[in-house]
Write a protein that binds this ligand. Structure first.
Ligand SMILES: *Cc1c(COP(=O)(O)O)cnc(C)c1O
Length: 352
């Protein structure tokens, strides 16, 4: 058949999301989902939601939710844009700041969706290789990225899980002559964040999601915070009704229950320490994590084998082939029982 697609699309392999496997007694630790349910306020919204209202279009601007988010961060409604998941925010950002031949810069390794979105736009990608062994930022980042119109900093980073010094990022935001997107998908699990940069710098967008810390991956909700002119520009690119009425109501309820969020994050952070210690005890090299997952390398350096052996035991993790990433598996921090199961399987796999 004749190929009717644009050459950029034909040349793409397409983003491959983490699998949603169907197995008995599955321990699913491959997509950084939260092991705990969302706030009880979410269940209450779902119980009382008037389905008759679904005949109406949702608020295209999601103003109630934007007001709640703005109040939390000392911002204004006009500083916030809502997305159908933060992946939707990424689509807006790529449409806004990338074009054929125009370079954009991203960390390597990092979230692989960025490269797919860049390919769709025909944008040239500048790779910023993180320094081994701890996946830290290279000293020459600003020189490497200098031609780029868009720079994405994932903080904490995925799939490595580590964070970067706030002072370093602040300096980058100040000096980089282009838009800086700080992807804070995992910020609620970290010691600090860069939200204030979004309000202090004209060229900074900070992006968050409800998928991880709020336990709402199924509802598809994310947001970005930026200066008014940047938000105004992104609004032009947004699908009019990109967040539905149910997502807005559920998201608002979850967002207001701060205690639930903080309790769950605290539990996950405690388990993160315990799982890190357990893995190190088994001889794994584990990247110091500020997120809800661990990037861990077995002593034989064969991440693929580790992934396969765990999978045979119905423990599903994520493996990223490649010279560096292939030495690791990425393991989501699960419930205490799930984490025990991972450690038990690994003891069996690596017992001599
Ligand atoms: C999970 C994740 C996202 C996307 O989250 P959604 O809101 O579910 O689309 C964005 N960036 C990173 C780094 C992530 O890990």
């Amino acid at each position: 058949m004749k190929n009717y697609f644009r050459k950029e699309i034909s040349g793409m392999s397409g983003y491959v999301p983490g699998e949603q496997p169907k197995m008995d007694n599955l321990v699913k630790l491959n997509t950084n989902e939260n092991p705990y349910p969302p706030s009880p306020a979410v269940a209450e919204v779902l119980r009382t939601f008037d389905s008759a209202m679904l005949r109406r279009y949702p608020d295209p601007m999601a103003d109630q939710l934007r007001d709640a988010i703005a109040a939390r961060f000392g911002a204004r409604r006009s500083n916030i844009v809502i997305g159908n998941g933060s992946d939707d925010i990424l689509t807006m950002v790529f449409r806004a700041f990338t074009a054929p031949g125009l370079p954009m810069a991203m960390l390597r390794p990092s979230y692989s969706l960025y490269a797919e979105l860049a390919a769709m736009q025909g944008a040239r990608v500048i790779d910023i290789r993180l320094e081994l062994p701890d996946f830290s930022l290279p000293e020459n980042l600003l020189e490497t990225a200098s031609d780029a119109n868009l720079l994405i900093i994932t903080r904490p980073n995925a799939p490595t899980g580590n964070s970067f010094s706030r002072i370093l990022i602040e300096n980058i935001c100040r000096k980089f002559d282009g838009m800086v997107l700080i992807d804070e998908a995992y910020a609620d699990f970290a010691d600090d964040n860069c939200m204030d940069f979004a309000l202090r710098f004209d060229n900074v967008i900070v992006m968050r999601t409800f998928s991880k810390s709020y336990s709402l991956a199924g509802i598809r909700l994310g947001y970005a915070v930026a200066s008014e002119p940047v938000v105004e520009g992104l609004m032009k690119l947004k699908d009019s009704y990109n967040s539905d009425a149910l997502a807005q109501a559920v998201g608002l309820a979850a967002f207001m229950d701060r205690e639930h969020l903080e309790n769950n994050c605290r539990k996950i952070i405690a388990e993160r320490s315990r799982l890190t210690a357990g893995l190190r005890g088994l001889g794994f090299a584990v990247v110091e994590s500020q997120s809800n997952f661990l990037f861990a390398s077995p002593c034989d350096g064969d991440g693929g084998r580790c992934f396969e052996e765990l999978r045979r035991r119905a423990v599903v993790t994520r493996y990223f082939p490649g010279e560096t990433t292939g030495r690791y598996v990425r393991i989501t921090v699960g419930s205490p029982a799930e984490n025990d199961r991972v450690l038990e399987c690994l003891r069996e796999i690596y017992a001599r």
